[in-house]
Design a protein around this ligand. Structure first.
Ligand SMILES: [Zn+2]
Length: 244
């Protein structure tokens, strides 16, 4: 699948979505129609809140922090809603490992991060949400790591895949509802003490219920109570914005 998607675009140079001739994987017309979070927020939230919330920290929006519940991470940065065609592209990326798709999907998150990060908010390390070794065995890659590698390269912040581990083989999270996800994930991660680290960024592809990133955040804070945690994700589902 990877080679089919990559070669198709490389040779024919058509937009991945509308199939029109394009210099980029996503043409300008399709790009303008992507479900940017900022656009949706501007339609639903007082404009004074949007500028700071959408780019700097989504948790400053009352609806988002309410929907995510009792969370331990400190900041959430996400450029897109998990709607068509981003949902389609992320699903394709999950099972195909296309470099073009990785670059294309990371572009908007990287843009927001480049605008927002400064000397005081810049994390010391980037941690992709780990997958269990058994799942790694069947899928052969961790999509969160691919995204984190891309961001690490773009931002010149080290990637770390050693401090945090997935403890147990859980059911595929996509098959479970919110409560079951949380139970399933309660002891799913372990983290080591991170000496000298003040800020970390957890990276995942999508936030659906928020349970996965929260479970990892909890594990990190359990061993590192004073650490500051960012969550960076490509897309977030509507229900976390109180929109559904
Ligand atoms: Zn297009």
């Amino acid at each position: 699948m990877e080679s089919i998607i990559s070669l198709k675009w490389a040779h024919i140079q058509n937009c991945y979505l509308c199939k029109q001739v394009s210099d980029n994987l996503i043409c300008e017309t399709c790009e303008n129609a992507l479900p940017f979070l900022k656009t949706t927020l501007e339609e639903t939230v007082p404009s004074s809140l949007v500028r700071s919330a959408s780019a700097e920290n989504l948790l400053t929006l009352p609806n988002v922090s309410k929907a995510l519940g009792n969370i331990t991470f400190n900041r959430l940065i996400c450029p897109m809603l998990y709607r068509w065609p981003i949902d389609f592209m992320i699903k394709q990326f999950k099972f195909s490992r296309s470099d073009y798709l990785t670059q294309s999907l990371c572009k908007y998150l990287l843009h927001d991060l480049e605008l927002q990060l400064n000397d005081t908010t810049r994390p010391d390390i980037i941690i992709p949400v780990p997958i269990h070794i058994k799942r790694y065995g069947t899928r052969r890659f961790n999509q969160a790591t691919l995204i984190a590698e891309h961001l690490s390269h773009g931002l010149a912040i080290p990637l770390n895949t050693h401090f945090c581990k997935r403890q147990q083989f859980a059911f595929a999270q996509s098959q479970l509802g919110g409560d079951k996800r949380r139970k399933n994930l309660k002891r799913a991660f372990s983290a080591e003490p991170m000496l000298g680290i003040k800020r970390v960024a957890i990276v995942d592809d999508v936030i659906t219920t928020g349970a996965t990133v929260e479970a990892l955040s909890r594990a990190i804070k359990h061993r590192n109570p004073h650490i500051n945690i960012d969550v960076w994700t490509l897309a977030i589902s509507d229900k976390n914005l109180g929109l559904d």
